[in-house]
Design a protein around this ligand. Structure first.
Ligand SMILES: [Zn+2]
Length: 127
């Protein structure tokens, strides 16, 4: 489904926001994880080596667990941002993936990575 109803200026603005968001997420991820060289959207959390004492090992495991959870949430956001950029490229941006209708530009401005309209999103979260 192609979408041509959006003002190119609006799309350009969204693209800028998305690219900034992408940079921010990648920077945040690179602080504790390293990029998978084969997949730019995949990061692996570094396992920090604090020492070999039991207490140090426990701390390593705890911080690894925290970072892993953060990594997964950041990665999910990054994937959403990349998907949105892809949709801009192929011209399907701003179309709800569930009902095929145009998403409210106000919603897109607030959450540029959205791929579902408010109604469908509500239906999904209610279930
Ligand atoms: Zn929808």
């Amino acid at each position: 489904m192609k979408n041509t109803n959006f003002d190119p200026k609006f799309i350009q603005k969204i693209k800028t926001i998305l690219l900034e968001e992408k940079q921010r997420l990648e920077k945040e991820l690179s602080q504790f994880a390293k990029k998978n060289p084969r997949n730019s959207a995949d990061f692996d959390t570094n396992f920090s080596d604090l020492g070999d004492e039991d207490e140090e090992n426990a701390k390593e495991v705890a911080s690894y667990g925290d970072n892993l959870a953060l990594e997964q949430s950041l990665e999910r956001s990054l994937r959403d941002v990349n998907d949105a950029l892809k949709r801009i490229e192929d011209g399907s941006y701003g179309v709800c993936k569930y009902c095929g209708k145009a998403i409210d530009p106000k919603r897109l401005e607030a959450r540029p990575a959205s791929s579902a309209c408010v109604k469908c999103k509500e239906n999904l979260t209610r279930r």
